[in-house]
Design a protein around this ligand. Structure first.
Ligand code: GAP
Length: 446
């Protein structure tokens, strides 16, 4: 299947099965923002929980925060975003469409827009101007310069301004990190590729504060840990690679940056960035706020401004990676099926429970099994509608790893069949063992 078709198929599967909907669709949609439906939100929560578990719960040296989206406007002056968080914007004089000049130069978007009002051939581009990507709004009832605030374009700054609060409250010593998952907003000039580049998205970022001089070693440690996480999500290893930023690609705050890239259907693209931000942010916040942000450890006789190694992954991009990696179309026994081979740890629904037929007490037994699994906090789906083949196919394209069927034999010996989504192997398991059977297979995943 041509890779570019996969994106269209994901958009349509996303809507059909309730993973992702276009925002405000009944009004014609909003530009490049998306809503997560019942299955999508479960998948996204699994991604976030896996990240939080690995980055916070399983470590003694990382603490969590949840900072606000609206911060003091000086934060963004100190961080350099007011001055430098810009893309070069060019506009066509004829069709008025806008492009990012650097992407035109790299040949990444056509100069002949397909949506041009009155298709006019090649665009006539004006001069490039710097366009700031931050969304601006006003705090309070007066809309003037003095009340301007920004929707945060990254979560990182909420961790920097809370650096000493967290360090003192948690009594952490350096090296230690602050982790955060939250919304970020960027007024992208050319959003696109479904949930890959949007104007409202979620980041999972961790700022690791270290003693200067140890930053390069920590950078390497975090880079390999982050790559290991992506692999543990079950995606194909040959679709992940690293890309180190050249001097002209580095963000204004970074001494070194390496992207973890995934080979999306539209090509290799950034999934996560690992950055050595030096003491840039803390130094600037100390300067702009007039507060001392020094780390003081009198026990060890230390007093310094820490360096920061940052890991920054897009939650939505990770969801897109999982969907793209898992999507397959195949023929099974002469019947076509669409299957999402998601890792069971990531799958939104862990099992579907079916009675083979709607008689002989089978629905009651199947409902009881589904109820037991729900009580154990396993998301499951009960379905008795349609042929068993159709029920399997509905679950295959939702990414459900196991289908549990209650049949005539269940009434005789208490066993059910468990069908594996990928291998199609069916195993007979006693109904009382189903929960343990699933737990054994989910253990340590994600
Ligand atoms: N704090 C550092 C920072 O924000 P970044 O590389 O600009 O670094 C980190 O963003 C990650 O956030 C990216 O690797 C990407 O996964 C995600 N991201 C950035 N812009 C995005 C957008 N417009 N839509 C979706 N995800 C985005």
């Amino acid at each position: 299947m041509p890779q570019r078709d996969v994106m269209d198929k994901l958009v349509s599967l996303g809507k059909r099965r309730g993973f992702i909907f276009q925002s405000s669709e009944i009004y014609g949609g909003t530009g490049s923002v998306w809503d997560y439906g019942p299955l999508g939100i479960e998948l996204k929560r699994n991604v976030k929980e896996s990240w939080w578990s690995r980055m916070v719960h399983r470590r003694a040296d990382v603490e969590g925060v949840d900072a606000s989206v609206l911060m003091h406007p000086r934060v963004w002056e100190a961080s350099g975003h007011v001055e430098g968080f810009t893309d070069p914007l060019v506009e066509c004089r004829r069709c008025k469409l806008r492009f990012r000049e650097d992407q035109l130069a790299a040949g990444r978007c056509g100069k002949k827009p397909s949506r041009a009002p009155g298709d006019h051939g090649a665009c006539e581009l004006g001069e490039a101007r710097r366009f700031n990507l931050m969304f601006r709004t006003f705090m309070g009832p007066v809309e003037d310069e003095g009340s301007t605030v920004y929707l945060r374009p990254e979560t990182a700054q909420g961790s920097y301004v809370n650096f000493l609060n967290v360090q003192m409250a948690s009594r952490q010593r350096i090296p230690f990190g602050i982790a955060q998952i939250g919304k970020a907003f960027r007024n992208e000039i050319t959003p696109g590729h479904f949930i890959f580049r949007t104007r409202e998205f979620e980041q999972a970022e961790m700022q690791f504060f270290v003693e200067p001089g140890t930053d390069e070693e920590w950078f390497e440690r975090w880079l390999s840990d982050r790559l290991a996480w992506h692999r543990a999500l079950g995606v194909r290893a040959d679709r992940l690679r690293l890309h180190e930023h050249g001097p002209d690609e580095l963000a204004h705050y970074a001494k070194k940056a390496v992207d973890i890239q995934y080979r999306f259907p539209f090509g290799w693209s950034e999934l996560e960035g690992i950055h050595n931000r030096t003491d840039f942010d803390l130094r600037r916040h100390a300067e702009y706020s007039g507060k001392r942000l020094l780390y003081i450890d009198s026990g060890r006789g230390q007093r310094f401004l820490p360096y920061v190694v940052e890991t920054a992954v897009g939650v939505d991009r990770t969801v897109l990676m999982l969907l793209a990696d898992a999507y397959r179309e195949e023929e099974v026994g002469g019947v076509e099926r669409v299957v999402l081979s998601l890792d069971p740890g990531m799958a939104p629904v862990k099992a579907a429970v079916f009675p083979l037929v709607k008689k002989d007490g089978l629905p009651e037994r199947a409902r009881a099994i589904a109820g037991e699994l729900r009580k154990a906090a396993l998301p499951v789906f009960y379905d008795e509608a349609g042929s068993i083949g159709r029920r399997y196919r509905r679950q295959d394209e939702a990414g459900t790893p196991w289908c549990i069927t209650v049949d005539g034999e269940t009434n005789r010996d208490g066993s059910v069949t468990i069908r594996d989504r990928d291998t199609l192997v069916q195993e007979r398991v006693h109904a009382s063992r189903v929960h343990a059977w699933m737990r054994e297979r989910l253990e340590g995943r994600g």
